[in-house]
Ligand binder design. Structure first.
Ligand code: NAP
Length: 538
């Protein structure tokens, strides 16, 4: 890192895909740009989520930034790379794009206050207990959708004397060998930890509230020949990715579920399921996530496949209940490798928290309501995040008149295009609320939003504007559009972090833009092509 300047054109907060791309893109336009990143390396979520078995559920070559310069000298080793490989990939990106000279690592932005007089952001940054100030005309928050861990307020949790860790801020020193382990939570993180540690531990108790309707990952190694094939076809692949709902290489099947015979339907389900990955979820008939009867056919198919993998009928009923716990695919579907088979081992137990909730933690373990004591040495809290908004509201961000973003969003999120907020001039957010975020691949969302910001800042420079924020009307219209489009499918019927349901007291609303990347990009393009008419420029 070079020495810090007094003031930057742009400060980027956070170094995942969003921040890494934004730093490169904005610096390339000649803006003095600096990143502050809380971790010791780039990677964002992949830096922090170093729990056993952490790997991405989006396959390669999709899950990468699309600059061919980056892919040219990079080789993916697996269809779904693990966490360490992803952190190495970010180091590769930093090298090719020469980023590190403009990054201060181990530095957490604590405060960002808009200074109206100077038309700038005043930042306070903590670097291992030492705090310092920085200033910027613009600030781009890329703090990710899962950077504020959620630990439920379990009674007695402070009394537990063993090791305990949340997956989102993992302590790599934790050793599972021959220990008694409890995993609480069976979201994407829980599933990965469970299948990874089950073979090492003396005893594993999984505390499940809602079963994960997980799909086989279909993991496989990728050799150089396969990587070379990807590279040869990369241009076409990128064009395809830019045209699909979530940035994948495929989309929903345009047919409807009951338009075809049962034989054809089951043949498609079989094909999608056997491909591995989320094809069965996001490559299925166009109405499966919209029509309950169509959805039931998908659940039945998944149920039969999954039940066949679990020997004990009691465990099988908990993992794959006869009656669907929610419409298939309306909570995040995880990819698994040997998750269901883990429960066939005698030393792996499964507690259904809906029937028998956690009563209290004790010094030596966990007690459930029926009085059973589970002695444990290690507790893994795979209990998720104050998702999408928490990464921002945990920072003291204040706009005009000193009002905080936390107060501004206390009764619901308001943004324009999921990028900017009225009253917070020159502040941009990537991978935050009311943007495609969890409904798109990380790189595709990061690049689309980074492009919007790049165009906005260039426009301001060209026209001589000092500040920008959206009109109240634009914000209201965007909020309405986001929430209206979220009602179109079955998602809104299910309680999930997509709607803020996992955090007690959080307003229920669509936290993501669920109408797909193509429409999102059209809306962004319309805004910049109109000369940002839905924004206040001064
Ligand atoms: P999550 O999906 O929110 O899962 C949290 C789990 O904890 C759920 O099973 C939840 O049960 C349970 N839980 C929450 N509060 C609880 C309580 N009070 N008592 C008992 N159980 C409780 O969190 P996550 O697994 O960390 O995943 C978050 C997101 O990060 C994912 O959806 C995904 O987008 C991303 N992620 C991706 C990957 C990957 O690509 N491979 C890996 C990890 C994470 P309920 O379902 O009943 O609420």
């Amino acid at each position: 890192m070079g020495s810090l300047a007094d003031k930057y054109d742009v400060v980027v907060v956070g170094g995942g895909f969003g921040g890494t791309h934004a730093l490169h893109r904005l610096r390339g336009l000649g803006f003095s740009t600096h990143m502050f990143e809380a971790g010791a390396a780039l990677g964002g979520i992949w830096y922090w989520n170093s729990y056993p078995g952490a790997r991405v559920d989006t396959e390669c070559p999709v899950y990468q930034l699309t600059d061919p310069e980056l892919f040219k000298d990079w080789t993916w080793s697996e269809r779904y790379p693990g966490r360490d490989e992803l952190v190495r990939y970010f180091a590769h990106v930093a090298k090719v794009w020469d980023l590190n000279k403009d990054i201060t690592f181990n530095s957490r932005v604590q405060k960002a206050h808009w200074n109206q007089e100077a038309s700038q952001w005043d930042l306070l940054i903590d670097q291992s207990g030492y705090t310092f100030a920085a200033h910027a005309t613009h600030v781009v928050f890329c703090t990710g959708f899962a950077s504020k861990a959620y630990v439920p307020p379990f009674k007695g949790i402070q009394n537990f004397a063993g090791r305990m860790c949340h997956t989102g801020f993992w302590d790599e020193k934790i050793d599972f060998q021959d220990t008694r382990v409890a995993v609480i939570g069976t979201g994407a993180s829980g599933v990965q930890v469970i299948q990874s540690v089950a073979p090492q531990v003396k005893y594993l108790t999984v505390f499940q509230r809602t079963p994960n309707l997980a799909l086989p990952m279909g993991q496989k190694p990728l050799n150089k020949r396969r990587n070379d094939e990807f590279k040869r076809n990369y241009e076409q692949m990128v064009a395809k990715m830019k045209s699909t709902y979530a940035g994948f290489l495929y989309d929903f099947d345009p047919r409807k579920c009951f338009e075809v015979t049962e034989e054809t339907r089951l043949a498609l389900y079989e094909e999608l399921y056997n491909k591995g990955g989320v094809y069965f979820w996001l490559g299925t008939f166009s109405d499966v996530l919209k029509n309950k009867e169509a959805n039931d056919t998908a659940y039945k198919f998944w149920w039969e496949k999954t039940r066949a993998r679990v020997n004990d009928p009691v465990k099988a009923e908990k993992l794959a209940p006869t009656v669907a716990p929610h419409p298939y695919g309306t909570k995040r579907v995880s990819l698994e490798q040997n998750y269901y088979e883990c429960f066939n081992a005698d030393n792996v137990d499964l507690v259904d928290l809906k029937v028998n909730p956690i009563e209290t933690f004790t010094r030596t373990g966990i007690r459930t309501r029926d009085g059973t004591e589970y002695p444990v040495d290690v507790v893994v809290l795979a209990t998720g995040f104050d998702a999408v908004t928490g990464g921002l509201t945990q920072i003291d961000i204040r706009g005009v008149d000193g009002v905080s973003i936390k107060e501004t969003w206390s009764d619901g999120v308001k943004t324009h295009l999921g990028i900017s907020v009225t009253g917070f001039p020159n502040m941009f957010v990537i991978y935050g609320p009311q943007a495609p975020t969890a409904f798109a691949t990380g790189p595709s969302c990061a690049e689309a939003q980074g492009e919007f910001i790049a165009r906005c800042l260039s426009f301001m420079r060209e026209k001589g504007y000092a500040s920008i924020h959206p009109t109240v009307e634009a914000e209201l219209a965007w909020r309405e559009h986001v929430n209206e489009t979220a009602q179109e499918g079955l998602f809104a019927q299910t309680e999930s972090w997509y709607f803020g349901d996992n955090i007690p007291g959080k307003p229920r609303e669509a936290l993501n833009y669920m109408a797909g990347m193509p429409l999102y990009k059209t809306k962004c393009r319309e805004s910049w092509e109109s000369g940002f008419k839905d924004w206040i420029l001064k």
